[in-house]
Ligand binder design. Structure first.
Ligand SMILES: [Zn+2]
Length: 286
């Protein structure tokens, strides 16, 4: 599933192409009508046609196209879920596979929404919150501090991996970057969030930002379906430290990377670099 670095890569790719353009038409495939949420497809198409894209933002894993309506702004929110992608093409370009919806722009270009499994979703809403719900802080924003993270974790008696996946705690992390951040921070994924020490929370805060920024620099990770707005794969899957490296040697200590389940999700870790005891327990045992 595309996570923050993948969605942000798509946003940056699209930005200069679509902002200022006017939508001239929308076509949704008959078998993909459930991608459009809240209103019937024909209502969606009628409401979006003729609108000018004023801005393109991102919140968590959501893309947010802003239009200026007659009275108030209107937003098109897009969530790519498992296999969705948003391709920027010319109308005359060759067809792409699994295209479920096409948004035509006034300069001969179009946005093709491709989605093998048709699990992605689009909403036309009056405020971003109507689509995204109660999301936690953006981990790359200045407002996301180590103290803020520690405060969030102190209220959660659940495995730290599960808390990192909870979009209400931190927005935009998924399975790849939660595992990677915990490895970089040397924290076992099953540690209860409220037992993290201050140094551990600081390490985790730094690790989350570092992992996301590194992945952004590599244009995201393409383990299966993710492609950018030009249909190209990212390269961060070649740089991950533990994610889907089960049985391979840890780059730090050569111990085999292990896989466990946390809250039903496959979780990858180095059992030696990420011991189950906290720093505090280790200090007390000495
Ligand atoms: Zn290791």
């Amino acid at each position: 599933m595309p996570e923050l670095p993948e969605v942000e890569t798509i946003r940056r790719d699209l930005l200069s192409h679509v902002v200022g353009r006017t939508i001239t038409g929308v076509h949704v495939a008959a078998d993909a009508s459930r991608v459009i949420r809240g209103v019937p497809v024909r209502v969606f198409a009628r409401r979006i046609a003729g609108r000018r894209i004023e801005a393109l933002a991102r919140r968590g894993k959501y893309l947010l196209f802003r239009f200026d309506g007659a009275r108030a702004p209107v937003y098109l929110a897009v969530h790519l879920r498992m296999t969705g992608s948003l391709l920027y093409r010319r109308v005359v370009d060759p067809p792409d596979s699994y295209v479920r919806a096409v948004i035509t722009l006034d300069d001969g270009s179009e946005l093709r929404y491709a989605d093998l499994r048709k699990l992605g979703q689009m909403w036309l809403v009056g405020s971003p919150e109507e689509a995204v719900g109660a999301l936690g802080p953006e981990p790359l924003d200045a407002a996301f501090t180590a103290a803020k993270l520690r405060e969030t974790l102190s209220r959660r008696r659940a495995p730290i991996k599960a808390v990192l996946l909870d979009q209400r705690a931190v927005a935009g992390l998924g399975n790849i970057y939660a595992d990677e951040a915990l490895f970089v921070a040397r924290i076992h994924p099953l540690r209860l969030a409220n037992t993290l020490s201050e140094p551990e929370a600081k390490r985790l805060h730094r690790a989350i930002r570092r992992v996301l920024n590194d992945a952004l620099g590599n244009r995201g990770s393409s383990f299966r379906d993710y492609v950018d707005a030009a249909g190209r794969e990212g390269t961060h899957q070649l740089r991950v430290k533990v994610f889907r490296r089960t049985g391979q040697p840890c780059y730090v200590c050569r111990t085999e990377v292990a896989r466990i389940k946390v809250g039903g999700r496959s979780t990858h870790l180095c059992p030696r670099c990420q011991p189950e005891e906290s720093d505090r327990d280790v200090a007390a045992a000495k």
